[in-house]
Design a protein around this ligand. Structure first.
Ligand code: PAF
Length: 273
């Protein structure tokens, strides 16, 4: 079956009850694994491709974010996607439309992780995903665990408003990694070969943290590995895997999370401890 590409809200009216995979395009195998996870649930998959200006702060990479629509459509189709919704900015944010975003759940404001370092990020993500969910009206949404805090934030946003999104499941799918361990990300396209080697510091730090038994030792080990790879640490922490708030004592069962700067690229990764 061939891919159907939709750009307008009125064309979406004939589509509902599918499995939804929201993306900003620049598709890689991580995104395609979300489509496959969706197909495994037995419904057709609708993917959105929209680089959301509201989740980028001034000075971040909104302008330079990779935009590869033709290639994305071919990849989406090859993975078995039934529909791609690729709106423009005025479709998602009509001029003069002042509808506020949804209230942010605690996991979007209290941990001091992405929320602390990108204060406008979750407001922008929740605003666009809430609008997309209202338009697409899916049965379930599949998100990658690579953006672990984002996954928890969107699960909490949907759970907090069952009248708006009744019976909608938000499901996390495992991070897909290159053979050398680097988590797949559209922003990896920014890395030159030397930087890509340094970027391996994130997954190495998380793997080494898994060998430690306490939170303090795991966090110290992650910082040390990141510094050995000449990375600037935003955070390298072990947190509760649902609330993302600090924990003490044994690290087993919690989540290791890292954000680090590599020259002007910012990378994130996480693993279960
Ligand atoms: O993870 C992303 O690609 C984006 O944050 C999302 C969920 C598509 C919202 O723009």
């Amino acid at each position: 079956m061939s891919l159907r590409v939709i750009n307008t809200v009125s064309d979406l009216e004939s589509v509902h009850g599918l499995t939804f995979v929201p993306t900003m395009g620049a598709l890689h195998d991580g995104h395609l694994s979300l489509v496959q996870a969706g197909l495994a649930h037995g419904d057709e998959v609708i993917m959105s491709i929209f680089v959301n200006p509201k989740q980028f702060a001034p000075g971040e990479d909104f302008e330079s974010y990779p935009r590869t629509l033709e290639q994305d459509l071919a990849l989406a189709e090859s993975a078995g996607t039934a529909v791609v919704f690729a709106p423009d900015v005025d479709t998602m944010y009509p001029p003069n439309d002042a509808q506020p975003g949804p209230p942010l759940p605690a996991v979007a404001t209290e941990p001091g992780l992405e929320d602390g370092h990108r204060p406008q990020f979750f407001g922008g993500v929740c605003t666009v995903v809430a609008r997309l969910l209202d338009l697409v009206r899916p049965r379930r949404m599949i998100m990658g665990e690579k953006d672990y805090q984002q996954l928890l934030v969107l699960q909490a946003m949907v759970d907090a408003d069952p009248n708006r999104w009744p019976d909608l499941d938000v499901i996390g799918a495992p991070t897909i990694r290159a053979d050398d361990g680097l988590a797949l990300s559209s922003r990896n396209a920014y890395l030159d070969p030397d930087q890509r080697l340094r970027a391996l510091g994130l997954s190495r730090a998380l793997h080494e943290a898994q060998l430690e038994s306490t939170v303090d030792a795991a966090e110290a080990r992650m910082v040390s590995v990141l510094e050995q790879h000449d990375l600037d640490v935003d955070y390298a922490v072990v947190r509760d895997d649902r609330t993302l708030m600090p924990v003490t004592g044994a690290c087993r069962g919690h989540r290791g999370l890292i954000a680090a700067g590599l020259d002007d690229v910012r990378l994130i990764d996480n693993m279960a401890m």
